[in-house]
Design a protein around this ligand. Sequence first.
Ligand SMILES: NC(=O)c1ccc[n+]([C@@H]2O[C@H](COP(=O)([O-])OP(=O)(O)OC[C@H]3O[C@@H](n4cnc5c(N)ncnc54)[C@H](O)[C@@H]3O)[C@@H](O)[C@H]2O)c1
Length: 311
Amino acid sequence: MKVLVTGGAGFIGSHVSDRLLADGYQVVIVDNLSTGKRENAPSKATLYEVDIREEALRQVFAQERPDAVVHHAAHIYVTASVREPAHDASVNILGSLNLLECCRKFAVRKIIYAGTGGAMFGQAKYLPVDEQHPIEPISPYGVSKHTVEHYLHTYKVNHDIDYVVLRYPNVYGPRQDPHGEAGVVAIFALALLNGRPCTIFGDGTKTRDYCYVTDIAEANLLALNGQASGIYNLGRGIEVSDLEIFETVREAVGVDTEPRYAPVRPGEVERIALDASKARRELGWAWQVDLREGVKRAVEFYRAQTERKGR
Ligand SMILES: NC(=O)c1ccc[n+]([C@@H]2O[C@H](COP(=O)([O-])OP(=O)(O)OC[C@H]3O[C@@H](n4cnc5c(N)ncnc54)[C@H](O)[C@@H]3O)[C@@H](O)[C@H]2O)c1
């Protein structure tokens, strides 16, 4: 079975591609390499350097005829989406629509979509948040990522294309881009390894639900292999404060640097943790890697990278 992975040269998409290849799938990657890197894409996958908004996407579908699509390409920056909502919408909404049209024209049977559980519920009314929680995004990114969930449903109703939405918590691990605004484990790890200061936005009490990237890749495989369909929150259901994540990374790096504090950035929620009971029941998914172990693995990746660069 052939799967087209958008964003497969990015952080999560590359781990998903690795997992699918290990399970015997053929993998084709579409990525414009805006934040992704060629070296992230597994060598066994075919990589097309194409923007999901372009007409060229259709040629990829015509050439490859994928059976299923796993959609990870996106503009991923919450605060930048507040500054430039049109750009965010162009990639996340119009790009996704171009992709869905290709799926329709080339008879793709199933789509797995990387949704967000962290940015579409707004300030949580209760925790952990399940799939019934009201949807009140406070950033254009949350709006654009959620909008695609509705389009997916219309393509199921009107064109019989099955879908699974996996709403991710804060995903972390090797290959996460440490240069943007997202990916705090990568950002803290590289800063601490290089003796640079770390900034916590707010007073350190904001919380997030952190999940290791291979656990997320496994969920994609289960969604693709199984019969389940619809929307699933993923996460450990555990709130981790900004200060706690800083301290966990600092311990793995082995330094005693103190963080700096700066005002909270626009678009960011106060607290979030996701209830993945439905994913456990219907997809058979359960997280495996605890925070300390996952952070240790991520830090070792960045340590090796830093040492290579230093040589
Ligand atoms: N990292 C998280 O914690 C998290 C949380 C919730 C949801 N998500 C979702 O998971 C997906 C992957 O995120 P990530 O953290 O791996 O980010 P990433 O930036 O590493 O991956 C995104 C990939 O998409 C590619 N891309 C961006 N715009 C494109 C375009 N117009 N055409 C083709 N390719 C394009 C980038 O080059 C990159 O390789 C995204 O859809 C994101 O919204 C991530």
